[in-house]
Ligand binder design. Sequence first.
Ligand code: AMP
Ligand code: TRP
Length: 328
Amino acid sequence: MLQKRVFSGIQPSGNLHIGNYIGAIKQWVAIQQDHDCFFCIVDLHAITVPQDPKILSEKIKELTALYIACGIDPKKSVIFVQSDNLDHPALAWILDCISSMGQLSRMTQYKTKSGKTKGQSSVGLFNYPVLMAADILLYQTDEVPVGEDQKQHVELARDLAEKFNSRFGEIFKVPEVKMFKIGARIMSLRDPSSKMSKSDKDAGGTIDLLDSAKDIVKKIKSATTDSGKEILFRPDKEAISNLLTIYSHFSGTEIKKLEQKYQGKDYKKFKEGLADVVTEGLEPIRKEYRRIRSDETYLSKVLKDGLRKAEEISGKTLEEVYKAVGLG
Ligand code: AMP
Ligand code: TRP
């Protein structure tokens, strides 16, 4: 039986945190067993905001090694770098030409990111979701596993696929978004009303996958809590609900069971338990990361093999697109 195709990606900017892990990578690891998966390092998306060239090229290797250290198996899944495959910007341009300025200016992420730059943000940042649609549509993707913040972008990819198909013929598969019910939006440890983010200036708000055990314990100890002292998953207990979500994902224990476990216990005990499961969960990833990152030959081979497999599929789609549009 033909397996369903999956595509997703992460930008090689900032440090990967447990929000990225729970919202995206953890789903990828599970899904790769019985899906045909493409996991991309989306460096062309990263340069929509200024990046230091030296740091960027290091971050591309870091993210590749982290994908593998987290459990993405290059024998099962295709791992490649977006800028290595020129089919992505080529399709993005064609999709740009059927996208409307109005729809793109309503994208929440664009409004948030450009809002801070007072008209100085790049055209690339505006077109960002179209490039993301190209990433997805080139592979005739069935499912896109992402965190909640990317849902609107996947919906745009669906709209563009339908628009293109109705104008030029049935070329693209219309993709579905795939999210965890709980954990699609991990919040900052310092401010539980805003999402955990790579660009958070306050390092105490995020737990990075490469943080030391000492730092993890410190960050969890100083995480914001709610008033009262019950450990319950409730809308009026934003901070504790977020910590329970993280606990549940790292321990594999249902939230209901955790509530029972900590009934009558205080926040201090709960945070100690949480720090234990998070440090235990991240330790093997950190170790594996160090081993893989030091093997440059292996990393280049993974990316080269991945690129070859990616181009095989994307090239075919792009050829059909060119023909349908009347190009070349
Ligand atoms: P980014 O950090 O924007 O490159 O996001 C990479 C992936 O992680 C995307 O699938 C995001 O939706 C997901 N992600 C980022 N931040 C969070 C978060 N705080 N909670 C859950 N998922 C997240
Ligand atoms: N925009 C996504 C993010 O920041 C990254 C991304 C780029 C992506 N292209 C993609 C995710 C295609 C899924 C599918 O998180």
